[in-house]
Design a binder for this molecule. Sequence first.
Ligand code: FAD
Length: 473
Amino acid sequence: MSVARRFARISSAARPAGRRLLFRRAVVLGGSVAGLMAARVLSDHADEVVIIERDDLETLTVTDEQIAADPLHAVPPRPGVPQGAQVHALLPAGQMQLERWFPGFVDAALETGAINPPPGSGRFYLDGQLRADPPTGPAMQGLISSRPFLEALIRNRVLALPGVRVERGRAQGLTIAGDAVTGVRWIPEGSEQAVEQDADFVVDATGRSTRLGDWIGEYGFTAPPLQRMGIKLNYATAIYRRPPDPQVWTAISVVTAAPGRTARIGGFTPIEGDRWTMLVSGYADDRPSRDPEDYQRRCEQDFPAEFGDVARTAERASEIATYHQVDSRRRNFDELDRFPARLVAAGDAVASFNPVYGQGMTSAMLHASCLSDYLRGDPDLQRPATGYFADVRVVVDAAWQISTMPDLALPHVDGPYPPGYPVLQWFGRLMAQAAAKDRTVNRELGLVTSMLAHPSSLARPGLLLRALTATIR
Ligand SMILES: Cc1cc2nc3c(=O)[nH]c(=O)nc-3n(C[C@H](O)[C@H](O)[C@H](O)COP(=O)(O)OP(=O)(O)OC[C@H]3O[C@@H](n4cnc5c(N)ncnc54)[C@H](O)[C@@H]3O)c2cc1C
């Protein structure tokens, strides 16, 4: 089966077909987007699903109604997810997966306060030029909210499932007998003593700094190869009060690197509670600070006029939150010869990308879909979950290619370069140029950037010819 077809299977919107019990107890380490989605899938296969999370999710859990009544205070960012204060866009493929696993999710989110801006109220700028038809078109509409809001709605639905519960504490390791995981070691909140919890299946969803490699290393297994691309990304996000009916609801500005031009991405999107969340970013030494004057100056000088308008006229409703991400990284579990059975990793623990492409949460949701396919495919649970990791690789490759190709064009990024880089680079530029002139190419590219299709789906002779014709024209 081609990777494009495999990707289509993984990202399918088809609802799961009932429960298929495999485990007495499954344990998920980390209760953020990847962990919650994994728990949703596991609830179809285990009597009991235990999420071990270091943050106090129980106190944080408030109902949809409470969120709708007080969206400004009901769901604050939490310490375990420091990126939660930054702009988070959900790609259309992620939205589709949420609807798949929680039917009615999108309507409920909109009723609770998420925003679907009016058609035509978004602006997309590429290198300072307003583009009528942005390649990320579908991503600019739909379900827009803050990250804590979205996570809270997912959490409400997962914790309402029979058999799913949260334990607060810090995961510290695994227990492994022979070649299979038998449980986890963790320190409950308020205790100094590690305890063991038996499990028939374990998912590591502890994020990009996972210690899974060390944990399996204690039992003589090798950590997965870690590939890194140094991107030195700097984010700064502020929240503003939004008038009820602004002319422009959303704006995104992408400036690519070129001689005399500094690569920068910025955007503002409407979120629950009549607010905007606005991002300005830079790379390497171009580092926005928490100083309001610096932030305002950047909005006015480095981005299209709409950014300055918001910063000047709207009331700022938050401190400026900054975030530095050193690298994009991936762990290639599928390349290991030996790995414990009954253990998988999901979400950022597998791969975490330059966030400007908005792929992280959607990838985590697609990993959950890989887990479902694996568990429904009659797996041999005495052997490593190679089928799962092979599918996850398809998802990671797709996101990695879309995010690292443009990142490799940044002057401070020096690899690693993929095989055939010059051809891929030429192809990427061709598609980007053709998308500005041809609606079909634009739509196909949009499907790929919104993770609804695999990048290899662009390499069709007919589409290539169309792109070439469009650029020559
Ligand atoms: C600045 C920034 C902006 C981003 N913007 C976007 C965006 O626009 N769109 C998008 O889709 N994605 C975005 N992302 C990525 C997104 O945040 C993640 O991909 C997403 O949160 C899924 O991650 P995760 O659940 O795998 O890990 P995380 O969200 O990092 O969560 C890990 C969880 O594990 C818990 N944990 C960690 N260690 C332990 C332990 N030992 N014991 C118990 N619990 C533990 C943590 O408390 C946390 O809850 C962005 C990321 C960054 C950094």
